[in-house]
Design a protein around this ligand. Structure first.
Ligand code: FAD
Length: 449
């Protein structure tokens, strides 16, 4: 098995215990759905089987790529698993946890059936295809269910059968398709008697899986009613408490998308629209997996980026001399969160003002964001760079000063993160706005000619 070196010597018995897997049982494999209620795949597993074994696998292929050993997402996952385990133990069962390459692990596990929820990213699709083959080869079944979205990537498409490339017509079709049934809960919580009875199983520490505790704290799983009610009016102002901060919970499935959509439909159409953006980008990644590494509009791959390392470092550290940009980057570095309006500003700044490849910025966000999601992050970055599936032309270059005037007029947000912004101590601007804008338009124009 694939255990990091520094862990191997201290590995404890929580790991690699296959004795709990009985050939006649079914497994429910948790992935980005770390909750027990209204969980579509778990509901199906429990409804159709008597001895369901709850399982989570720390996927070494993913964990080994995380350079920061204090990565906050790993702590979030472990805390969420602890909560799952405690609840499962109140119901006479427990949670099996394994570490390793899931494909290799499934070569060793012998069970009747594996139930899990669909995942739409390129890596997870390849992984699940391989696992499905292995399980079928041994005479078992591998069943996947739609859980993290209202509509899967093939469900909202054009009448001619092709995927949408532009958000507005996609969202119209989404809204025309959704009904009360779409957000109906899957009451997995009513079938807990069908878990396999088990004594409490060992549980790993962060050190056991090669990580350390983070100093970042996590937004609560609950959303204030007032935030949803006023979302359309407050969502663009980074200084206000005007968005839900539910992203990390949606990412790891500690809340149900059906519940959120049910609330959004009743209380705020603008909030609903943002949840549709989330499904739009998942749909794009599914139909065009090449966007993971390349521009959606292939012609944009010819742009000559400047890719200046010192300027990239200044951007990462919040030292560009543009207060709204620096505030965003400092917020990200300190909390693992950045307000959406500011994500748009800093990404436009990196790609247009500094002419740095959007993939650099995308990778930095991927390291830092608690709510990091390949589809949404890639979609957001390609939108900002003008390379994506978007009707807006590339010559939209955000002016940080105008954005500040519009969305942080009282400078509340800037003061919070860049208290020195109006003193001598503050960095000089890396580049002048009008000059940078003209340079960007020239580079884009030449790339596309
Ligand atoms: P709210 O405004 O309260 O929205 C609720 C939920 O709707 C969000 O949590 C998210 O799941 C979804 N949502 C909202 N806006 C969008 C959007 N434009 N695209 C997709 N989903 C959306 N979102 C991510 O979830 N993960 C990312 O890695 C990510 N990277 C981004 C990178 C860039 C460059 C940009 C411009 C945007 C990115 N977004 C990403 C979208 C958006 O910024 C965040 O979803 C939002 O800021 C999260 O804060 P919140 O939970 O308070 O959102």
């Amino acid at each position: 098995m694939n255990i990091p070196n520094d862990v191997a010597t201290t590995s404890i018995s929580w790991e690699n215990d296959f004795s709990v897997f009985l050939p006649e049982s079914a497994v429910f494999w948790f992935r980005r759905d770390l909750r027990l209620s209204d969980n579509a795949g778990l509901y199906q597993a429990l409804k159709n089987n008597n001895d369901v074994i709850p399982l989570f696998i720390f996927d070494s292929n993913i964990l080994e790529k995380l350079a920061d050993k204090a990565d906050a997402r790993v702590t979030f996952i472990l805390q969420s698993l602890e909560l799952l385990k405690q609840t499962l133990e109140l119901h006479g069962t427990s949670l099996s946890i394994l570490y390793g390459d899931p494909v290799s692990l499934y070569q060793q596990i012998r069970v009747n059936a594996v139930y899990t929820n669909e995942d739409y990213e390129p890596y997870t699709r390849r992984r699940d295809d391989a696992i499905s083959e292995i399980i079928k080869y041994h005479g078992g079944i591998f069943k996947t269910f739609k859980d993290q979205v209202i509509f899967g990537p093939e469900e909202v498409i054009k009448d001619d059968g092709h995927p949408y490339n532009i958000f507005t017509p996609y969202s119209k079709k989404w809204l025309a398709t959704v009904n009360d049934f779409s957000s109906k809960p899957h009451p997995s919580e009513n079938y807990f008697a069908n878990f396999l009875a088990s004594a409490p199983l060992p549980f790993p520490t962060l050190q056991d899986i090669g990580f350390k505790k983070t100093r970042v704290s996590f937004p609560p799983r609950v959303i204030k009613k007032s935030v949803i009610e006023t979302y359309d009016k407050t969502r663009n102002f980074p200084g206000a408490d005007g968005t839900t901060r539910i992203g990390v919970h949606l990412r790891f499935g500690t809340v149900s998308i059906r519940r959120l959509v049910h609330i959004a439909k009743q209380q705020n159409q603008t909030f609903l629209k943002e949840l549709i953006w989330r499904e739009f980008y998942q749909m794009i990644l599914w139909h065009y997996p090449r966007v993971e590494n390349a521009s959606f509009k292939a012609a944009y791959d010819k742009i000559q980026w400047r890719n200046n390392l010192e300027e990239f470092d200044a951007w990462c550290n919040g030292e560009t001399g543009y207060p709204i940009v620096d505030a965003g980057m400092r917020e990200l570095n300190a909390t693992g969160y950045m307000h959406n309006r500011v994500r748009m500003i800093v990404s436009s700044f990196l790609t247009k003002h500094l002419l740095i490849d959007w993939r650099w910025g995308e990778a930095y966000f991927a390291k830092k964001l608690l709510d990091y999601d390949l589809a949404a992050n890639n979609g957001g970055w390609q939108w900002a760079a003008g390379t994506g599936c978007d009707a807006a032309p590339y010559f939209r270059v955000f002016n940080p000063a105008l954005q500040t005037q519009k969305f942080d007029k009282s400078l509340e947000y800037i003061r919070r993160w860049v208290p020195e912004f109006d003193s001598q101590a503050y960095a000089k601007p890396l580049v002048e706005h009008a000059y940078a804008r003209a340079r960007a338009l020239k580079a884009y124009g030449e790339g596309l000619s």
